[in-house]
Design a protein around this ligand. Sequence first.
Ligand SMILES: *[C@@H]1O[C@H](CO)[C@@H](O)[C@H](O)[C@H]1NC(C)=O
Ligand SMILES: *[C@@H]1O[C@H](CO)[C@@H](O)[C@H](O)[C@H]1NC(C)=O
Ligand SMILES: *[C@@H]1O[C@H](CO)[C@@H](O)[C@H](O)[C@H]1NC(C)=O
Ligand SMILES: *[C@@H]1O[C@H](CO)[C@@H](O)[C@H](O)[C@H]1NC(C)=O
Length: 236
Amino acid sequence: MELLVLVSLCLLTFTGKAFGDKPDSTPITSKEGQNVILPCSFSTTLTNKIIDWKKDGKDVLLYENGRVDPSSQDEQFKDRVSHFPDKVKSGNASITIKQAKVSDSGSYTCLYLNENGREEERQQIELTVGAYAKPVVTSPSITGDWALLRCEVLDASPKPTVVWYDSEGNNVSDIEPKVSGEGGHYNIILETKVTKTDNYTCVATQKELHHQSNKTTSVSIRELKDTTEEKQTGES
Ligand SMILES: *[C@@H]1O[C@H](CO)[C@@H](O)[C@H](O)[C@H]1NC(C)=O
Ligand SMILES: *[C@@H]1O[C@H](CO)[C@@H](O)[C@H](O)[C@H]1NC(C)=O
Ligand SMILES: *[C@@H]1O[C@H](CO)[C@@H](O)[C@H](O)[C@H]1NC(C)=O
Ligand SMILES: *[C@@H]1O[C@H](CO)[C@@H](O)[C@H](O)[C@H]1NC(C)=O
């Protein structure tokens, strides 16, 4: 009997924890440089409550009765975060981050405290700030009976997958891309050797941003002469 109670207690704690770890809303995505609203609403009025936004233990915004307390705010968010004072009454604690940066990406917590300073309820909001991948294809260099395709995707975030496809949609990448970058931005260079005349498309995909962009180049390999016609299409 005792064991049974213990087991169900454990289960309760466990499910409670797993639930608490999940984000409460669909992840928010934004392009770098844009203003982004992080939504947070509770089904109670927040007048006279302290509302606290945090990210990775850092203070994003703390306000009470519409008054912002800047004393503990992290440097990263200074002068960049605002709330909606006229919405507090109806339980809406959403904030705006001005000119979102890639480094703003991550998990945010929005919570409110009751009059005794005790936490009442919290929500978790995931934010991904991205820099769109834009493939640049350089003129293929032809050597004898093969051509070297080169696709560069610079300054993208989050990290895109980059693949060369032939006109039938076959993945013709034969080596891993070279990846470099810093501060959450990535530079990807993908070179691929091809041996047949065709139109080849470099496709860069960022799943998290639901973003895809491509560039096509046409390669013509002749048996005796080294010539190439080059043409680029696709999204720029
Ligand atoms: C809260 O206010 C913001 C800003 O006006 C708005 O975008 C958002 O939709 C509101 N949320 C709810 C649940 O009403
Ligand atoms: C394309 O092929 C390369 C090399 O075999 C492989 O590393 C890569 O994962 C493939 N990509 C996709 C999207 O199939
Ligand atoms: C490549 O695309 C062009 C049109 O953009 C088309 O005229 C040509 O036939 C294509 N070449 C091959 C080998 O598919
Ligand atoms: C390239 O992008 C265009 C739109 O910009 C799209 O219509 C086409 O299907 C894409 N091609 C590939 C191979 O992804």
